[in-house]
Design a binder for this molecule. Structure first.
Ligand code: FAD
Length: 284
C-alpha cells in the first residue's frame, strides 16, 4: 500500500463514481475488482453533489483500501458539510484505514437553497484543506483546471488561488479533464512559474460515444479540438467505431503526456473497466 502518494512519480490512477440506485453496490464492487486487477496506484471515488451518496463513497473507498489493498482517495466537498460533519467523516475514514482525500469545494446542487449553500463552513477548497491539515493526519489532494475554473475571471487569479491551496497543505493535484494537451503544458508551466511545485496528475476522459461529449463539455467546460470533433463527425453514427476511435484518442493523449514527463495520469473511467484495460495495455 502506498502511504504517501505524492512522493511517488508517474502515478497511474482511476476515478469511479458510486452507483446512483440502491442495491447496485454489488456491481460497483465487480467494477472495482476489474479495475483493481490493473494495479493502479490509487482509485478515487466521487462524492455526490452536496453530499448525496456520501455513505456509498466511503463504502467503495473502504472496499478499495481494505479488500483490494489499493490506496483509496475518496472525494469530499465543502458544499453540504459542516466542520463537525467533516470530522465525523474523518473518524470513519480512520477506522477504515483510509488516509487520503481529494478536498473540493463542490458545486451547488439544483435542489439546494441559497441559505443552505451560503451556510457552508468553508467557502473555498483551500479553507477545507487548511482545516483538515490542522485537525487530521490526512494526505490531501486538490483539483485544478488547465483551462481555468469557470467562475474565475483570469487564469492568473485562478493560479494564485491554486497556490493558496498548496500553501494550505495540498500534497498533490488532479486536473479537470482536457482534450488538448497544449492547455495542460501551458498550465503546468505557468503553475511552476507561480511556485506551485506539488505533483500535477493529468485527468483524461476517453470519449466513447457521440452523446457523451455534450454532457462532458457542459459539466467540465473543456474545449474540444478539431481532431476530436472530426472523430465524432466521422464515427459518431457507428457506436463500435466511435468507441474505438475515442479510446485511441485518449491513448495518444496519454502517450504524449508520458513523453512530456507528466507526474501522473488519472483516468476518468466512467466505471468502465474494459475500456480502462484497453488503455493500460496500449500505454504499457
Ligand atoms: P476551489 O479550489 O475552491 O475553487 C473554486 C473557485 O473559487 C475558483 O474559481 C477559484 O479560483 C476560486 N477561489 C479559490 N480560492 C479563492 C479565494 N480565496 N478568493 C476568491 N476566489 C477563490 N464535485 C463534486 O461535487 N463531487 C466530486 O466528487 C467532484 N470531483 C472532482 C474531481 C476533480 C479532479 C475535479 C477537477 C473536480 C471535481 N468536482 C467534484 C467538481 C468541483 O467540485 C467543481 O469544479 C467546483 O466548482 C470547484 O471545486 P474546487 O475544489 O476546484 O474549488
Amino acid at each position: 500500500m502506498i502511504q504517501n502518494l505524492w512522493k511517488k512519480q508517474n502515478t497511474l490512477s482511476f476515478e469511479v463514481f458510486p452507483p446512483k440506485k440502491e442495491g447496485e453496490l454489488e456491481s460497483a464492487f465487480e467494477v472495482l475488482d476489474s479495475l483493481g486487477a490493473l494495479q493502479p496506484d490509487f482509485i478515487s471515488v466521487t462524492y455526490g453533489a452536496g453530499g448525496s451518496r456520501s455513505k456509498k463513497t466511503i463504502e467503495l473507498a473502504s472496499y478499495i483500501q481494505n479488500q483490494l489493498h489499493i490506496t483509496a482517495l475518496p472525494h469530499m466537498t465543502c458544499v453540504g458539510n459542516k466542520k463537525e460533519e467533516l470530522l465525523a467523516v474523518y473518524e470513519e475514514l480512520k477506522q477504515k484505514n483510509i488516509n487520503h482525500v481529494l478536498a473540493l469545494r463542490g458545486d451547488r446542487p439544483k435542489d439546494m437553497t441559497d441559505e443552505q449553500f451560503d451556510k457552508r463552513d468553508f467557502e473555498f477548497a483551500s479553507d477545507m484543506v487548511s482545516y483538515l491539515k490542522q485537525n487530521t493526519d490526512l494526505h490531501i489532494a486538490g483539483a485544478c483546471y488547465p483551462e481555468k475554473h469557470y467562475q474565475c475571471f483570469s487564469m492568473e487569479t485562478d493560479l494564485l488561488h491554486l497556490k493558496e491551496k498548496q500553501d494550505a497543505g495540498a500534497d498533490f493535484l488532479i486536473t479537470q479533464l482536457f482534450f488538448d494537451n497544449d492547455y495542460f503544458y501551458q498550465f503546468r508551466d505557468r503553475a511552476r512559474n507561480k511556485g506551485i511545485t506539488i505533483p500535477i496528475c493529468a485527468g483524461i476522459m476517453p470519449i466513447t460515444s457521440a452523446k457523451q461529449i455534450g454532457t462532458t463539455i457542459s459539466l467540465s467546460g473543456s474545449s474540444v479540438p478539431k481532431a476530436l470533433t472530426d472523430i465524432i463527425a466521422n464515427y459518431g453514427e457507428n457506436p463500435e467505431e466511435m468507441r474505438k476511435a475515442g479510446i485511441d484518442y485518449a491513448i495518444r493523449q496519454i502517450q504524449d503526456l508520458k513523453q512530456n514527463q507528466v507526474d501522473g495520469i488519472h483516468i476518468y473511467t466512467m466505471n468502465k473497466p474494459k475500456m480502462a484495460a484497453e488503455i493500460i495495455t496500449a500505454i504499457q
